[in-house]
Ligand binder design. Structure first.
Ligand SMILES: Cc1cc2nc3c(=O)[nH]c(=O)nc-3n(C[C@H](O)[C@H](O)[C@H](O)COP(=O)(O)OP(=O)(O)OC[C@H]3O[C@@H](n4cnc5c(N)ncnc54)[C@H](O)[C@@H]3O)c2cc1C
Length: 372
């Protein structure tokens, strides 16, 4: 990124959303000495990559939330952004507080079902407790049905079966192929093999009927579930791992003409939002043709911050380039599958690199705090 720039007069960057993209952007702005405000509706960063482990291991959840204020001090503001007024360059929070920006980085990410995501506005303690309570629900169930065989569902099923091998775990998926379609077929096949080795039962090509009417995340003995193909099964606990949606509420009013159909923000190669040279989109809410990943959100953040610095000093902006897919799947704490730059990795390497700690160390280091 080049040398540190001292605080530039008239420059105040507002970062909306403190997920993987937001904390990376804020940390880089801080180390560059630029004036910034990071806004998130919660008081702690959620390392949701480790949320599935926090769902099965008692005591783990406290490692998956990292308080913002200790890292960013007064540069962090807790609040829900309700809208952005692009004419006055103001971000408006619930309750009416307004914060002005010279440059804006939008990184509001995606929402999805618990436990993969935790979307509730809650204190650090309440958030941690929600996962501890959920561990008890899993412990109380003799059988668990995981709905959705994308990467989250696959990891969830593997986590449960690894921690509680005696439980019956069924993974139901509407398609035949598991995991993200961007992964190499051999990696997807390997994920399936690991699940079968662990004893997870697969029900592929079936969709749960009336999912919205079933009890989720709470143990209810012998709940009957039917599929669109007329098959029924009983289970004690149903966990939904489908349905991520772009979190566009913060910017819909100000940027409706720059939004793709799914709510993501259309960006140019410099990650500037279409029609706005001082507004950048980073992470899951940026409309970029690549898998939605924390890893990518961090790369986007570096480009956005770099380009803010370059634009202030009149230099040519950097472009973001998508590369071959790198994705690692933790199949419980003792196994893993994945690929690096389009090349399949041995299982032991993924286990060492990702599955044991789920890259928690990286976020605690980035936040300059000590992991409990
Ligand atoms: C279970 C699971 C496992 C995953 N594993 C991996 C993995 O191993 N590797 C990987 O690279 N990726 C993984 N991902 C994907 C990864 O989590 C996302 O790509 C990443 O979180 C995107 O980061 P982000 O900063 O764009 O958004 P998010 O992490 O979604 O953060 C958005 C933030 O914005 C805040 N926010 C939203 N709206 C508002 C508002 N109106 N006002 C204030 N604040 C707001 C939210 O509170 C949140 O903190 C996984 C995802 C899931 C669900």
């Amino acid at each position: 990124m080049g040398g540190q720039v001292s605080s530039v007069e008239g420059v105040h960057v507002v970062v909306v959303g403190g997920g993987f993209g937001g904390i990376a952007a804020a940390q880089q702005l801080k180390s560059q000495g630029l004036s910034f405000t990071l806004i998130d509706m919660r008081d702690a960063f959620h390392h949701n990559v480790a949320s599935l482990r926090a769902s099965v291991q008692p005591g783990f959840a406290q490692r998956t939330f990292i308080p913002y204020a200790e890292t960013f001090g007064d540069s962090f503001v807790q609040g829900r952004v309700e809208r952005v007024d692009t004419s006055t360059q103001t971000v408006v929070l619930q309750g009416g507080r307004e914060i002005q920006y010279s440059h804006l980085i939008l990184c509001t990410g995606t929402d999805g079902p618990f436990p993969g995501k935790f979307n509730t506005v809650a204190s650090y303690q309440t958030a941690v407790q929600a996962y501890e309570d959920f561990v008890k629900q899993i412990q109380a169930a003799n059988s668990v049905l995981v709905v959705g065989g994308g990467s989250t569902g696959v990891e969830m099923a593997a986590e449960i079966k690894t921690e509680y091998p005696e439980k019956k775990v069924v993974l139901i998926h509407s398609r035949i192929g598991l995991c993200d379609s961007e992964l190499l077929p051999s990696v997807r096949q390997q994920a399936k093999e690991v699940l079968l080795e662990k004893g997870v039962e697969l029900l592929l090509g079936h969709k749960v009927s009336d999912l919205s009417e079933l009890p989720l995340n709470v143990t209810r003995r012998n709940t009957v579930v039917t599929t669109d193909k007329g098959q029924s099964l009983t289970t004690d606990l149903i966990i939904c791992c489908t349905g991520l949606k772009v979190n566009s509420a913060a910017y819909t009013s100000g940027f409706s003409s720059s939004m793709a159909d799914n709510g993501a923000l259309k960006v140019n190669p410099h990650l500037q939002v279409q029609g706005f040279s001082n507004v950048f989109a980073v992470g899951d809410c940026a409309d970029i043709q690549e898998p939605k990943m924390a890893y990518h959100a961090g790369l986007h953040a570096a480009v956005a911050v770099n380009n803010i610095i370059k634009s202030v000093s009149g230099k040519t902006l950097t472009s973001y380039q998508t590369g071959s897919v790198t994705m690692l799947l933790a199949m419980g704490r003792d196994d893993g599958v994945g690929q690096f730059n389009g090349v399949r990795l041995p299982r032991f390497l993924v286990t060492l690199g990702k599955s044991r700690d789920l890259l928690l160390w990286k976020s605690w280091k980035e936040m300059r705090q000590t992991q409990p």
